[in-house]
Design a protein around this ligand. Sequence first.
Ligand SMILES: [Zn+2]
Length: 167
Amino acid sequence: MRRPFLVPTGELFRQRGARHPLRLSGPLPDLALSITRLTGDDVVADVVLEAQGEAVTLTGTVTGRWTGECRRCLEPTTGQVTVEVSEVFETDPVEGETYPLGRDAVDLEPVLREALALALPSAPLCDDACPGPDPDAHPVVTAAEDGDEPPAVDPRWAALDVLRSDN
Ligand SMILES: [Zn+2]
């Protein structure tokens, strides 16, 4: 199995305090939030890793494309999110604060997944100006069109009525 977000740490610890910029990309499958989910396209992480003492710090951004349903017109829609990440990895991680650091490598995937999951729109719009459902696709029946209006009186018959009453 390919692990695109698994980074060897040997070089980082040989140069403690040095910044190692990296661009990593790969899919993050099965990431979804209600009606929005990440597409199968590659997620791109632009990050800087740095060993500090026995820990590794990660800063940068992660970008992914999502697909979902517009909350107004209900048509399929897609978009892109970019999230900033800033985390610390250590051998003995603190639950909810830092992430685990392997002996020879650090796996960035859990950080990237969490950051993107929090950034997916829960109620997306295809466009800020989306007017709502397409009237042709979703006909709107109004009370006036649906009601039993009396048929309009043909003006010619109305004139005839006047003649009749004259007689
Ligand atoms: Zn829409």
